[in-house]
Each structure stands twice: as C-alpha cells, then as structure tokens.
Design a protein around this ligand. Structure first.
Ligand SMILES: CC(=O)SCCNC(=O)CCNC(=O)[C@H](O)C(C)(C)COP(=O)(O)OP(=O)(O)OC[C@H]1O[C@@H](n2cnc3c(N)ncnc32)[C@H](O)[C@@H]1OP(=O)(O)O
Ligand SMILES: O=C(O)CCC(=O)C(=O)O
Length: 402
C-alpha cells in the first residue's frame, strides 16, 4: 500500500502513520501483558485494595488486554489471595504472577491458579555481586529447577531476565536457551533500569530472535522509562520480533515507571494498524488507576492527559472548528476523552466567534472587538485562561452596557 494518502473516509477516527509504508520491518505479531497490578503497584506509596485490583483487572480484560500480571504472591497472604481471586474471575485474559527463582515462590504462585508464572533472575555482574552474592552458575541452577518445578505442575512459565540490558548478550542468550530447553513458554528481556534506546532495543531483540525458536518460546519486552524511552523501546522490540509487550496504565511503576498501556495501544493502532483492542475506555481506566494509585496524571500526558485534546491557539482552533482532525491525530471519542477549546492569550477571532456561538451568543462587530480586547487584557495581565462561566459574564456585561 505505497503512497497511501491520509484518507478521512478510510480512517474516520484517526490518521495512520502512512510513512510506515516506506520502512522495512518484520510483521508485527504481539500480545499485551499489562503489569499495572504488579510493577505498577511497586510505585512507592501505592497499595491497591483487593476490590481495586479486581476492578482494574476487569477493565483491562474489557479492553482486550491479553495477559494480566496480577501480583507477586509471596509479598503477603493478602497479595496471594488477590492473585488467586483474579485468576478465578473467569476473565478472557490469561493471568500470570511474579516469583523469584526459588521453589518456595513458585510453589506459592502455583497455588494461585494462574495460567503461568514469571520466574525472574538477574544475571548482570552488578546484581550477581551486590544482590545475590552468589555465582551465575549457582543462581542459574536454582532458576532452572524453579522452571522445571512449575512445568512439572502443569503451569506455563515466563523466564524473565531482570537487568537483561546490562547483561553480556552471550550470557543472556545461554540462559534463555537453557530456559527454552526446559520448555519455558516465554523469555523476557527486562530493561530494568531503562538504559535502552530504540536502536539498541532492536539490536538486542534481533540477537535473541535469531538464537531462540520463537515459535516455541516467545520473546517478551519489559521496559522502564528512566530516559523517557519506554514506549519507543517497546515498539522497537516489537518490530524486531518481541511478542509480549509489557505495559502499565498511566505508565506507573518503579521510579520513572513503565511503558504506558494507553500509549502502546494507540501506537499499535496508528503505526501498525492493530485494531483489536477496544480503546473507548482508556481515559476511564486512566482515571480509575489515577484514583486507586493516588498518582496524578500529567496534564500533557499522551492519550489520557487533560490536555490531550485541549486547544487554545487561534490558528489551531479556527481549523479545528472546520475539521478537528487538522490538529488531532485521533478523535477524543476514540479513547473516551473530550475536546476542550480554551479561551486564552492565544485565542484568535475565528476561534472566539466559534466558541461564543457554541454557548449561544452572537455579537455585533463592536461588541465582539470589546470582548476580544478584554480577553487579551485578562489573560495577559492575570496569566490565565478564561473559563466558560466568566466568558458568559463578560458577554452579558458588554450586552448590558450597550
Ligand atoms: C525488577 C523487579 O521489579 S523485581 C520485583 C521487586 N518487587 C518486590 O520486591 C516486591 C516487594 N517485596 C517484598 O515484599 C519482599 O522483598 C519479598 C517478600 C519479595 C522478600 O522479602 P524478604 O524475604 O524479607 O527478603 P528481602 O526483601 O530482604 O531480600 C530479598 C531477597 O530475595 C533475593 N532475591 C531477589 N531476587 C531474587 C531472584 N530473582 N531469585 C532468587 N532470589 C532473589 C535476594 O537475594 C534476597 O535474598 P536474601 O534474603 O537471601 O539476601
Ligand atoms: O521481565 C519481566 O517480566 C519482569 C522484570 C521486571 O519487572 C524488571 O526487571 O523491571
């Protein structure tokens, strides 16, 4: 589909990135594993209640998220109970949970009725020396036993290499091959401290893709946002052959957080045309997680931030009044959002005329100029925008005085 123009009839709610037609990538074959309930909850100060976790899990399932990481059962009895409850909710999504590379953790996880366990092990020199105080061989031995234990109990396995991106690649691949030999269903590349960039994400996943039978053992990508590249790296990994992409709602998670679900899903739609996820409640889900986590969402956050569909600039609003897609990549309704046309310092005459018409007023030329001038003075001297109520008051005052 070369030279595909942006075609409104064909893409009524959003523009796809038609430049993708010119770049060569592997076919994208992905699933989403959302880790809000585990890595998201590791955000300092966050502790979801059982009801909150179950409600978020239901919401993720409604969107069509393929896998939900429900928690880390050895953290507490209550955590174990929540993981087990989510696993028994009858969701379409498969449920997994985290365990260290120890038999005790895997036993606890197996007892939670999850579809698969994510057994993690760090193999970087830093982690072996300062965290485990053990040799790589000793740790691998325990990890492989843990995989075998889970498999013997009829449960799926993801073998997750924590700090994979600071681990020598041959060591990483050897460990992944050991996991593959033990029939691990997934191997996970965790960019635990967010050091990757898109080109190194591509390089690393490509190396692993060429070494592993990905029909049997699929590659997962788990990105942190320490350099603000988590979503970009996740997509680069998908282009290089990673199958399971890890996300959290609002990008919450350890330190700077993880790849944001809403951004990854929107990119899957715009960049690769993947439209099987129901995006209509993304803003609702974002608010639900904001309230449950007590973590504000940045006003300019992509897709779900309050300003994602807010416009003030005169040139923009004038065009938006004709067709919103002039300045919106996708319509707010697509994600359950709302467009806001703001009256402020940068409002132009066409925009103001459109906005006042929208609230039921039409002014003659003189009155309109008076209103326009008043708005400039208020917004510049008081350094703020003018809300609808105030705008109406200004209009009524002008009409009264004439
Ligand atoms: C990258 C990630 O996100 S990893 C997940 C991080 N999440 C969490 O830590 C969840 C919250 N954690 C907790 O509730 C607790 O730390 C628990 C329940 C997991 C463990 O608690 P404790 O038994 O008190 O251990 P503590 O936290 O002090 O230390 C961690 C231990 O786990 C070991 N460990 C850490 N990762 C692994 C691993 N992948 N495989 C095996 N052992 C591991 C450490 O070496 C240390 O062992 P040690 O006690 O023999 O020194
Ligand atoms: O790769 C995974 O599945 C989990 C690892 C993880 O949480 C991390 O290293 O940050």
């Amino acid at each position: 589909m070369k030279n595909q123009a942006h075609n409104e009839e064909q893409y009524p709610d959003y523009c796809r990135n038609s430049l993708m037609d010119f770049v060569k990538i592997k076919d994208i074959d992905i699933e989403i594993c959302d880790v809000t309930l585990r890595d998201g909850e590791q955000t300092p100060g966050v502790a979801f209640s059982k009801e909150q976790k179950m409600s978020i899990a239901q919401h993720l399932d409604d969107i069509g998220v393929d896998v939900i990481e429900a928690g880390f059962p050895v953290v507490s009895d209550a955590e174990k109970d929540v993981v087990k409850s989510i696993a028994n909710m009858g969701l379409d999504a498969r449920i997994c949970c985290l365990c260290r590379s120890t038999q005790k953790d895997v036993e606890t996880a197996v007892d939670c009725d999850v579809d698969f366990v994510s057994i993690f092990l760090a193999m970087s020199d830093l982690h072996l020396k300062y965290k485990y105080h053990k040799s790589l061989d000793e740790m691998l031995d325990v990890a492989m036993n843990a995989i075998e234990y889970a498999k013997d109990h009829g449960i799926g396995v993801r073998f997750a290499a924590e700090d994979a991106t600071r681990t020598p690649i041959p060591r990483l691949i050897d460990a992944f091959k050991m996991a593959e030999e033990r029939n691990a269903d997934y191997i996970s590349v965790a960019d635990t401290v967010g050091i990757l960039n898109p080109i190194t994400a591509t390089y690393l996943v490509d190396q692993i893709y060429n070494a592993i039978d990905t029909k049997k053992t699929k590659i997962c990508m788990h990105c942190h946002d320490d350099l603000g590249l988590a979503v970009a790296n996740t997509l680069a990994a998908a282009e290089a052959g990673a199958f399971q992409l890890h996300t959290t709602v609002n990008g919450i998670g350890e330190r700077a957080g993880n790849a944001a679900l809403e951004e990854v899903l929107m990119n899957l739609r715009v960049q690769y045309g993947i439209d099987r996820y129901d995006l209509h409640t993304l803003v609702d889900l974002s608010h639900e997680v904001r309230d449950a986590s007590k973590l504000d969402v940045a006003i300019n956050k992509a897709v779900v931030g309050q300003n994602a569909f807010s416009h003030e600039s005169g040139i923009h609003v004038a065009a938006i009044l004709e067709n919103p897609r002039t300045y919106e990549l996708f319509l707010p309704e697509m994600v359950g959002g709302k467009r806001n046309l703001i009256v402020g310092k940068h409002t132009g005459t066409k925009a103001l005329a459109g906005i006042i018409k929208d609230i039921g007023y039409e002014l003659d030329e003189d009155n309109f100029t008076t209103l326009f001038d008043q708005i400039k003075i208020i917004t510049e001297t008081e350094q703020r925008s003018v809300e609808r109520d105030e705008l109406e008051k200004l209009i009524k005052n002008i009409l009264k005085n004439n």
